[in-house]
Write a protein that binds this ligand. Structure first.
Ligand code: BGC
Length: 272
């Protein structure tokens, strides 16, 4: 992994152009713990270069986070459009429901801080929606017809995306579901696992009532689980008792980056 300021591996990232004329795309995933970005090959959803990763600044303010984002773009010498995934709900120029970032993101104009120097447009998307879009676009069964797919990402928070009939239904925020013990993301996120040193069995015991509630309310045909824990998540998710199939997110921990890049393509902006 490289850090902002470090040069990308020059051996990778040849010019890429797909059949629609879209080329490689920079995607950046802002999380409560880290900010990661990479060039994505939009034909395949694979990373086309090394990942630039930096800790989210302690203040997590729009100014400081935007500075890291610009460092990543600069490290790639990127001047085109940028896709950015954010851990909250995007409403106009503010970010709501982002408990893992500074409350300053709630202020009018906060998202304007993410503008890039030069002409590059910025396309913003919720981070879990980005993971869902990545799954939809590049996952093996992304658009298969089995009713509603509920994507849940377990990281610093719990994010969600709903996929139906090949479409993303954005801004679902299922991590905010309240059942007996409190909010889903407060008791069963990746952060809760590490802070409370939960074993897979302990985690499943906490998480099960939330899944039961979601099954009762949404009747999903399939679950896709991912996020920061993707690589070892199967140990946890296999303990759950669910009535419908569970897949581990195909794009793993990179799903936010890939989905952020895919959001630029979906927006119809021209290639870099
Ligand atoms: C935010 C969601 C986000 C999730 C995962 C939650 O705290 O409210 O918008 O998707 O964290 O980052």
């Amino acid at each position: 992994m490289s850090t902002p300021g470090a040069a990308a591996d020059p051996a990778i990232a040849p010019p890429l152009v797909d059949e629609d004329g879209m080329a490689a795309q920079l995607g950046i995933d802002i999380g409560g713990t880290s900010i990661k970005g990479a060039i994505v090959d939009l034909r395949t959803g694979q990373l086309a270069g090394s990942i630039h990763s930096a800790q989210t600044p302690g203040t997590a303010t729009p100014e400081h986070v935007a500075e890291r984002v610009r460092q990543i773009a600069a490290a790639e010498h990127w001047t085109g459009s940028v896709g950015i995934a954010l851990p909250g709900v995007i409403v106009g120029s503010c970010l709501h429901h982002a408990p893992n970032l500074s409350s300053a993101w709630e202020r009018e104009g906060a998202l304007d801080r993410l503008r890039m120097p030069g002409d590059g447009d910025v396309v913003l998307i919720n981070d879990a929606d980005a993971a869902g879009l990545a799954e939809l676009t590049y996952g093996p069964s992304g658009s298969s017809d089995n009713g509603l797919t509920v994507v849940l990402t377990f990281g610093t928070g719990i994010g969600s995306a709903l996929l139906h009939d090949g479409e993303l239904i954005a801004n679902s925020e299922l991590g905010g579901l309240v059942v007996g013990a409190g909010r889903f993301e407060d008791v069963a996120s990746g952060r809760a696992i590490s802070d409370d040193e939960l074993t897979p069995a302990q985690w499943a015991e906490r998480a099960q009532p939330y899944f039961d509630q979601l099954e009762a309310m949404l009747n999903p045909g399939r679950w896709v689980l991912g996020g920061g824990l993707s690589e070892k998540f199967e140990q946890y998710s296999s303990r759950l008792k669910l009535s419908k199939p569970v897949d581990i997110a195909h794009l793993g921990v990179h799903a936010g980056i890939v989905g952020a890049a895919a959001a630029v393509k979906r927006s119809g902006l021209p290639a870099a």
